[in-house]
Design a protein around this ligand. Structure first.
Ligand code: NAI
Ligand code: MG
Length: 353
């Protein structure tokens, strides 16, 4: 298959981890007889430096024509004191919005050789393998009005959703469960919120389209507890924007290694932006110390969700497991008796596998 990938390296360690990942994608293309072409564009702080805006028109136009987008990270101290509209993260929020990416997918999986770094006991977190599907365009973060009233004595935010926004994210979650273990936990606060009651209705309506998927509803406070007491219980979790923001950050510490977590923001036709959960790590940028595995695993998600290349995606994920089982690691991971290597060397090991 021919696929065109837009690479947005961004700032800090972004260029290092995306370059390393491109090497792995080239290996996959050669191995499976695909043709991947790459085009690189600026976003974030580097775009501010080169074009005077965090999201240049060229970048948006290229992303709109891409089959998949791979992003490093944006931001750093150099741009911290610029006015709001000139902040690097505006580039990221802007591109997600302009492309209509409404679903954020964050898988969390424990790696046996890293379980000692988890804040949870290995027997609690071991074997956990879950996916959080978070709605990205609606809810409290976007609803109007949002304002101070009565001389600053009162304040209002608005939690608004359309049925359409709920339906498309719920469908995405059912489809994600179908390619995993067919178990979906819908998280809401239906005992107090009207929006959550409508959310439950939508889930109930959609479930007959996916008879093989087992569905349950869980209140968000209960889900927050269960994530740390029994994370292995979950397969796919689907929830609205703010609950998803909080639960995905909670879930991200389960495995104890920020450098290992991939993410995707996608839309219905399959176009997606794939990026590591971590930031631009300015403290280690330019030293070839950055762990590229979160970005490599994000590229595996691109193959799975945008290109329908499940075998190739599995191949990348098992190569990452194999490299860790051989105890190769970057400086951010502590593996007893392991061999510490640079970020580019670690990526090369993945390609070899
Ligand atoms: P961060 O994730 O960049 O770094 C936190 C700590 O983890 C640092 O000690 C860093 O060295 C380490 N770290 C992160 N990724 C690593 C990797 N791949 N390999 C090895 N070590 C790694 O978060 P921080 O320090 O809060 O933010 C730094 C900058 O990144 C800020 O400008 C922030 O706004 C931006 N940021 C960007 C994000 C994005 O582009 N999606 C997300 C989070 C932060
Ligand atoms: Mg968050």
């Amino acid at each position: 298959m021919e696929k065109h990938i837009v690479v947005l390296p961004g700032d800090g360690i972004g260029p290092e981890v995306t370059k390393a990942t491109k090497g792995v994608l080239e290996t996959v293309a050669a191995q499976f007889g695909h043709s991947f072409t790459f085009e690189t564009h600026d976003i974030g702080g580097s775009a501010i430096d080169n074009h005077g805006t965090p999201l240049p028109e060229d970048t948006v136009a290229a992303c709109k024509k891409a089959d998949g987008i791979l992003l490093g990270a944006v931001g750093g101290p150099k741009w911290d004191n610029l006015p709001g509209h000139m902040r690097p993260e505006k580039g990221l929020l802007g591109i997600r919005k302009q492309l209509g990416l409404f679903a954020n997918l964050r898988p969390v999986k424990g790696f046996d050789s890293l379980l000692h770094a988890s804040p949870l006991k290995p027997e609690v977190v071991g074997g956990s393998d879950l996916l959080i599907v978070r709605e990205l365009t609606g809810g409290l973060y976007f609803g109007e009005p949002r304002e101070r009233r009565n001389n600053g004595q009162d304040v209002v935010d608005t939690l608004a959703y359309s049925r359409h926004e709920m339906e498309r994210i719920v469908e995405q979650a059912f489809q994600s469960a179908q390619v995993r273990r067919n178990k979906l936990t819908s998280v809401d606060k239906a005992n107090v919120l009207e929006s959550s009651r409508m959310w439950r209705e939508v889930v109930e309506e959609k479930k007959s389209d996916y008879p093989e998927v087992e569905v349950e509803h869980m209140l968000v406070d209960a889900a927050a507890m269960k994530l740390v007491t029994n994370p292995g219980y979950f397969d796919v979790i689907v929830t609205e924007n703010m609950f998803g923001d909080i639960l995905s950050d909670e879930a991200s510490v389960l495995t104890g290694s920020l450098g290992m977590l991939p993410s995707a923001s996608i839309r219905q036709d399959g176009l997606g932006l794939y990026e590591p959960v971590h930031g631009s790590a300015p403290d280690i940028a330019g030293e070839d110390k950055a762990n590229p595995l979160a970005t490599i695993l994000s590229a595996a998600m691109m193959l799975r969700y945008s290109f329908n290349m499940n075998v190739e995606a599995d191949e990348i994920e098992s190569a990452v497991h194999a490299v860790l089982n051989e105890k190769y690691h970057t400086a951010d991971l502590k593996i007893e008796g392991g061999t510490q290597v640079s970020g580019s060397e670690l990526a090369k090991k993945v390609s070899e596998h």
